[in-house]
Ligand binder design. Sequence first.
Ligand SMILES: [Zn+2]
Length: 477
Amino acid sequence: MQSISCAYTGASTPFVPFRSPEESDSLSRFDKNEAVDSAIWVPATALPAAAASAADAAAGGAAVGLGKNRDTPPCNPRQYRPYIRQATAQRLVSGYWAKEGENLRGSSVAGCGRWKAYGAALVAQVVVESGQARMGGHFICGCNWTCEMCARATVARNRSWLRGSLFPALNEHGKSGSLVTLTLAHSYDVDWAVPVAALKAAYGLFDKRMAKVYRKAGSVGKFKAFEVTIGRNGIHPHFHILVTHDVDADLVAMESAMREAWYKAVADAGGRCTDRGFDFQPNRLNDYAAKMEAAHELSSQSTKQGRKNGKSLSQTLDAAGRGDLMAGAEWQRAIEALGSTNRFHAGSLSRNLDIPTPSEWDDEEVRGEHDSLEVLAEPLIIEYSLDDHLKATHPALGRPGLAMILRAAVRGGQVKVRMMVDALCRYSDSQRVPSWVPTTEPWAVEPEIIRTAKLRPLTREEVGEYLRVTRPLAAVK
Ligand SMILES: [Zn+2]
């Protein structure tokens, strides 16, 4: 096990070297090679009931809040990378917990697609439909900063809402919108929470002071997106804001008022502003192409390559997944700094325009993509032991197990899934991944909380007890 040092806290974080599934080794052979020697295919021995949950605890997982009972986003076999990023994030939140003894916000990514949703049957379930596979009835973490899969779903929904709901409504009401980017100066060696907090505080002041200007311009509200990149000067937090206004509003006056107000607000919030701290792009909703581009700018996950201000969180995960320990530490540091920051905020737009909110928005665009395959055959349902699933997808394995299982489901259905799960379980046994092994030690008696964790996602109050009970396990290796 290697260990990385955080430049800021000086703390080192255990980080198991991550091997990508593309590398040839005994495991990926099961996925790639059709002709697996049946002689070496031995069913994985079933773990004791609590094994998987305790293994989860060793990973620092905590099911904060109740899971939503819906399926994971489908896995497109051509889009395998998001799952690898999710797996990398699972390992980084686990490493943080093992070192710091507390959870990063968004640590429940460790259970995304792994634990069962509240009230769902306690069996692992894969649903294959139209050439795509997803986990059915599993816990969806909903973490927009740590979980690549959940973040993608949120980004897609917000973008779809902008294009399909907000823009047409603005058009109907004779309104347009301008794009504003707000940021401030930052450096690598400060606590990264400082620029994040200063940006939010400055925005609060700015927004209050702009109220009159907005009213005069006929604004019906703003759509606000918080974004971060990581670069030479550390975390780069910024807001992309769509400010609505009358089609014939005096945008020159508005821009200059906003610019002045922003510089003043940053100074008042204790920050520093450079020339690049304020950017204004007038009337960005003039035609179809401009609208598409604006929606993209306001809501994107990892599609922008080589951003000038550094790497996105997704790109940082890619680097961490390739074994870049510095990138892993930076990602943890960024997530720590973000805390409870909201990613998207539509304010009073929905109320003022009488349209659904982004979270109410029925994502027709996204669903349309999936329905485009005309053959609507009966979905294939594949079920197997939840214990095996938790073991096979355990972050400490250093494998994107979820991705490997879903891909196996698309390629070879039940048989391939079984082989993949068994191979991952065998690999887990051979690596002696920390798990719940009954011995005569007192702590080996299955505590109540471990049983509960197997049955449903834990409440916030229960998580503390869960971590207390299972903490010694992290040390068992
Ligand atoms: Zn998630």
